[in-house]
Design a protein around this ligand. Structure first.
Ligand SMILES: Nc1nc2c(ncn2[C@@H]2O[C@H](COP(=O)(O)OP(=O)(O)OP(=O)(O)O)[C@@H](O)[C@H]2O)c(=O)[nH]1
Ligand SMILES: [Mg+2]
Length: 286
């Protein structure tokens, strides 16, 4: 073969090899750029998530320097008269929402019973009261002052009332679930604490609906139940998790009737709505 043919063949092969080499280098550079961009995206997302969480904690009013240590919790349980292997349930919510009345009903006490917690539009619960349940072995109920309107954050209320010690938190409200109620539920969630949401005074609301809308008792009851269900979204998204904040609609007299095994005797205001479900969630019914 002519020498020039061989030389140009070698030159061609070298050029192809060089191009392949350059292409590999380019591919590697592109991969590195992609990886760097991915890393930057990840870091940006992390910062955004951290800021969102910090904002959440700020909204809840959480003060990191007032977090509760295990020793503190143990002492607080002793102070509250906790008994080993008992279930300790606190009933909380805004002032006048019906907390004390609900506890009396769960204990099966009529309001005039000498053992009952004081209730009423004026009789505000000023300090924590403890009620050992003689009907449901192993249950202890705690009545605490209402959240009120004072300018305290959800965390301050939760912390000041020592809500972190209880096995279950019952949040009672009587109309729309407030932002404060929802924030208290979020603090419970942050602390992995189970909760139940109760919308109280259904008898009163049905009675009012009957008169406000000039409806018969059956229509008023149906209207109230539908309106209350529509009013509460049922769920709240919190930290990629869905919190069940659905209301259990109850009236204290019906709770007491169910506890005492009495039938409501055809009174539509007292016909159970979610009372049985409430007792199930509290572990009082199978
Ligand atoms: N009709 C009706 N009235 C209720 C019900 N629950 C509570 N009430 C009334 O609402 C008022 C306030 O009830 P309480 O049980 O004292 O409320 P509370 O949440 O303990 O109030 P504070 O201790 O002040 O925060 C009282 O007059 C109760 O009789 C209910 O289910 N139906
Ligand atoms: Mg009270």
């Amino acid at each position: 073969m002519e020498e020039w043919v061989i030389r140009s063949g070698i030159a061609l092969l070298l050029a192809v090899a060089q191009n392949a080499n350059q292409a590999a280098q380019l591919r590697a550079a592109a991969r590195r750029a992609e990886e760097e961009a991915e890393e930057q995206r990840r870091q940006r997302e992390e910062v955004a998530q951290r800021l969102a969480r910090e904002q959440e904690l700020r909204e809840l009013g959480i003060q990191p320097d007032r977090d509760v240590s295990p020793q503190h919790i143990e002492q607080a349980k002793k102070d509250a008269g906790f008994i080993n292997d008992h279930t300790h349930i606190v009933v909380t919510g805004n002032r006048g929402s019906g907390k004390s009345s609900l506890i009396n009903a769960l204990l099966g006490y009529a309001p005039k019973d000498s053992r009952a917690a004081p209730t009423g539009a004026i009789e505000t619960t000023m300090e924590r009261n403890r009620f050992v349940d003689h009907r449901h072995q192993g249950y202890i109920w705690y009545d605490v002052p209402g959240a009120g309107t004072a300018n305290v954050t959800a965390w301050q209320y939760y912390y000041n009332q020592g809500l972190y010690i209880y096995d279950l938190v019952v949040v009672v409200h009587e109309t729309t679930l407030s932002e404060t109620d929802i924030r208290i539920l979020k603090v419970c969630k942050l602390r992995n604490q189970p909760f139940v949401v109760v919308r109280s005074k259904s008898d009163l609301h049905i009675f009012n609906t009957q008169h406000d809308m000039d409806l018969n008792p059956r229509a008023a009851r149906e209207h109230y139940i539908a309106a209350a269900r529509q009013d509460n979204p049922g769920t709240v998204l919190f930290r990629d998790e869905v919190l069940d904040v659905a209301d259990l609609l109850v009236s204290n007299r019906t709770v007491r009737a169910v506890i005492n095994g009495d039938s409501p005797q055809g009174d539509l205001l007292q016909e159970p709505i979610d009372e049985v479900e409430l007792l199930k969630r509290l572990g009082l019914l199978p």
